[in-house]
Structures are given as structure tokens and as C-alpha cells.
Design a binder for this molecule. Structure first.
Ligand SMILES: *[C@@H]1O[C@H](CO)[C@@H](O)[C@H](O)[C@H]1NC(C)=O
Length: 424
């Protein structure tokens, strides 16, 4: 046993010794040095990843000792057949800690041609994103979000054909979204939110055939809602931009879409039937636009609406919706949150709303949130609401600031109603 243990130990020592022999490629060492020297030294705390990068050691060899404690990963290049010398080791990943590094991102990063992941998110890096990033042909994840990068999104990022995740959110990037990004056919996630991007979304976007998540909220994007978007999208957020015009009736082309947020734009017209007839939409937020009508689906479509809709939450608050409350909304089987606050809806509250909010029925998801406040609703509260108790499924609601009479103040959601002068 002892002898076997010794043999095993010496085999292990031998394998460690040979792996030590492979050095980091010189081009990578130079790039790492340039990356470190582009950072303001006052932000290179000794306990940070970058602070531990000590170039008196070989970077790929020294990882997990006292220098190069974190931030990089390396791999050996595949050995060419018949090659006698070991190939150099290459840096395959740079994932920095969010230590608040200031400075800029060195263009030498583009020389790390084996890089698969680059994540410098959550720091205070500024200046332009280097165009040389487009040379990183093996990059699968690029995340620079949560910094202070400015200038445009480099066209060259469209060259990153292996890219699956592009995170540019929470910077000060401006200009239009380059059309070249449409060539990123492996991209699954694109985060552009909280920048200063303007212009229209690129029309070639449907070519991003793997895209699941697109968040371009809180920018200055103009134009109409795109007629065509990647059909693979599951979540789409264009919240807080400057989109105008109507929502198209072909949302169904994005058959996988589950979450649509176009709140706080300048959209108008009718909320199209396609929202309610969609095979997978679960959450729709159109709040803070100028929509005028909730289109009631045609009678022929009703059974489909009632049985097929996956809608769980609809927020259409702060629009210009007028007319009566459509009863079919309360018949969407999975709907549990409905907000129509701050519109011009009139008429009485349909009995269906009260039934869905208070009475439970098998196979029907009850309403848990119902906000109808700030409209012009009249008449008495449908009777089932009066049976509400704190143990009811309806946990949050408001009917305040309407023209309801007999909304008993004992019900927590009644609130003060409008003065008579506003209700004639
Ligand atoms: C490394 O990157 C710098 C900056 O982009 C560039 O000037 C230089 O030519 C590159 N070196 C190699 C070997 O590609």
C-alpha cells in the first residue's frame, strides 16, 4: 500500500511538473499587462483581482497562488500532431471582480485571440469600447455592463459570430444600434438597457435567429414598433423609449414570446387582439402610452381567447383607454393581475370582474391584483365584492377616484371617489 501511494504521488508530481513547463503565450502576457496598465492605479486595491496580477510570474502558471489570484483562466492550445514542443497556454477567460476599477479598456484586449469570456461589469471604466473587441472570434460572452463607457457601439462587434451573451447595459453609450449586430446569429441575450442609444432598431434584427432576451429599455429609441423581430424572442423590453405608432397585429410571429414590455413610450391606437390571442404571452406591460381602446376580440375568437390565452399579468395603466371595461378580460383563465389605473374607462364594473376576484372556480386563476382607480366608472359595486374578507385571494386592489356610488368604505379598496362635478 505504502509503495503504491508513493508511486501515485510521484506520478502526480510529474504531471504537475510537466504542466508547469507550458508558458503563457507572449502576446497574451503583453495584452494582460496593457489591460492592467490602463487602469487607474489608485483603484488597484491589493485584494482585488487586478491588484494581484504580478508579471514577475507567468500568468497562466501562477493562478491560484499569491499572484493572479483571480480574474483569468487559461487553457492549453490543442497540440499539433507531431509537434515536439508544448504549445503555449492561452488566456481563455477574463472575469474581473466589480472592485470599482477606473480607467479604460485597452485595445490590446483584441490580441487575446483564445478568449471566450470577457466580463468587466460593475466597475467605473470609461472611454470608448475598443473596436479590436471584434477580433475575438471565439468570444461567447462579452459583458461590460454597469460601467461608464461612452461613444458608439463598435460596428466590429458584428464579427463575433460565437457570441451568445452581449451585455452593454448601464453605460453612457450613444448613437444608433449598429446594423452589424444583426449578424450575431448565435446571440441568445442582448442587454442594451440604460444607455443613450437613439435611432431605430436595425431592420435586419430577425436574422438574430437565436435571440431569446432583448432588453433595450431606457434609451432614446425612436420609430415605430418593429414590424419584424427575431421569432425566437421570449422576453422583449423596449420600456422607456420614444417609440410611436401602433402595435402591430403580427405579434403572433414571435410565437415564443412570454414577456412584452413597451411601457412609457408614445404608442397609440388599439391594444391589438393579438395580445390576447397569442399562444404564449404571459406578461404584457403597455403602461404610460396613449392607447385608446382595448379591442374586444370578435365573437368567433372568444372561445380561443378564454381557453387559449396564457396571459397572467396585464398593465395598461396611464393610457387613454375609453369605453366600458371589456368583460372578456375577466374571462382570461390565467389572468391574476390587471391594472387599468389612470384611463377614461366608464360604465359599470362587469359582474365577471367581481366573480374572478372573489369567487374561486376550478381551473380558473383568481385575480390577486385589480387596479381600476382613476377612471370614470359608475354605478354600484357588483355584489360579490361585498363578500370580500382579508383572507380572500384578492390581495391588492383599488377602485378609488372613480364615480362609483355605494362603494363601502369598509372595503379597503374603495377609497375616496371623484367629486360629483367630475362625474357628470
Ligand atoms: C495588439 O493590439 C494592439 C492594439 O490593438 C495592436 O496595435 C497590435 O498590433 C496587436 N499585436 C498583435 C501581435 O496583434
Amino acid at each position: 500500500m505504502v509503495a503504491l501511494g508513493l508511486v501515485l504521488e510521484s506520478v502526480m508530481l510529474l504531471s504537475i511538473a510537466t504542466s508547469c513547463a507550458a508558458k503563457t503565450a507572449a502576446v497574451d502576457i503583453q495584452a494582460l499587462q496593457q489591460i492592467k496598465s490602463s487602469i487607474d492605479p489608485s483603484t488597484l486595491h491589493s485584494s482585488s483581482c487586478l491588484g494581484s496580477w504580478d508579471f514577475s510570474h507567468d500568468p497562466c502558471d501562477a493562478t491560484s497562488s499569491t499572484s493572479f489570484v483571480c480574474g483569468i483562466r487559461c487553457d492549453e492550445e490543442l497540440q499539433e500532431e507531431g509537434a515536439s514542443t508544448r504549445p503555449p497556454r492561452r488566456v481563455t477567460s477574463i472575469v474581473l471582480d466589480g472592485y470599482g476599477y477606473r480607467g479604460f479598456l485597452s485595445p490590446f484586449v483584441g490580441n487575446l485571440s483564445a478568449l471566450q469570456a470577457l466580463d468587466v461589469s460593475g466597475n467605473a471604466l470609461s472611454g470608448a469600447l475598443p473596436a479590436s473587441l471584434g477580433k475575438l472570434a471565439r468570444l461567447r460572452r462579452l459583458d461590460v455592463s454597469g460601467n461608464a463607457f461612452s461613444g458608439g457601439i463598435p460596428e466590429s462587434l458584428g464579427e463575433l459570430r460565437s457570441l451568445e451573451h452581449l451585455g452593454l447595459a448601464r453605460n453612457a453609450l450613444s448613437g444608433t444600434i449598429p446594423a452589424s449586430l444583426s449578424r450575431l446569429s448565435s446571440l441568445r441575450r442582448l442587454d442594451l438597457y440604460s444607455n443613450l442609444l437613439s435611432g431605430e432598431l436595425p431592420i435586419a434584427m430577425p436574422a438574430m435567429s437565436s435571440l431569446l432576451y432583448l432588453d433595450a429599455s431606457s434609451n432614446r429609441i425612436t420609430g415605430s414598433f418593429p414590424g419584424r423581430l427575431p421569432p425566437s424572442l421570449v422576453r422583449l423590453s423596449l420600456r422607456d423609449n420614444r417609440l410611436s405608432g401602433q402595435l402591430p397585429s403580427n405579434l403572433g410571429d414571435m410565437a415564443a414570446l412570454e414577456v412584452l414590455d413597451v411601457s412609457r413610450n408614445g404608442l397609440w391606437g388599439a391594444l391589438p387582439d393579438s395580445i390576447f390571442l397569442h399562444p404564449s404571452l404571459q406578461q404584457v406591460n403597455v403602461a404610460g402610452n396613449a392607447f385608446q381602446w382595448i379591442q374586444t376580440p370578435g365573437l368567433a375568437a372568444m372561445p380561443l381567447v378564454v381557453l387559449g390565452s396564457k396571459m397572467v399579468a396585464l398593465d395598461a395603466s396611464h393610457n387613454r383607454l375609453r369605453g366600458p371595461l371589456p368583460p372578456f378580460l375577466a374571462e382570461l383563465p390565467r389572468l391574476s393581475s390587471l391594472s387599468l389605473t389612470g384611463n377614461m374607462l366608464g360604465g359599470t364594473i362587469p359582474l365577471q370582474y367581481a366573480i374572478k376576484a372573489v369567487e374561486s372556480a376550478v381551473g380558473i386563476q383568481p385575480l390577486r391584483r385589480l387596479f381600476l382607480d382613476g377612471n370614470l366608472l359608475v354605478g354600484a359595486l357588483p355584489f360579490p365584492f361585498l363578500t370580500w374578507s382579508p383572507s380572500a385571494t384578492l390581495i391588492s386592489a383599488s377602485f378609488a377616484n372613480n364615480c362609483l356610488h355605494s362603494c363601502p368604505p369598509s372595503l379597503p379598496f374603495c377609497g375616496a371617489q371623484r367629486p360629483a362635478t367630475q362625474c357628470s
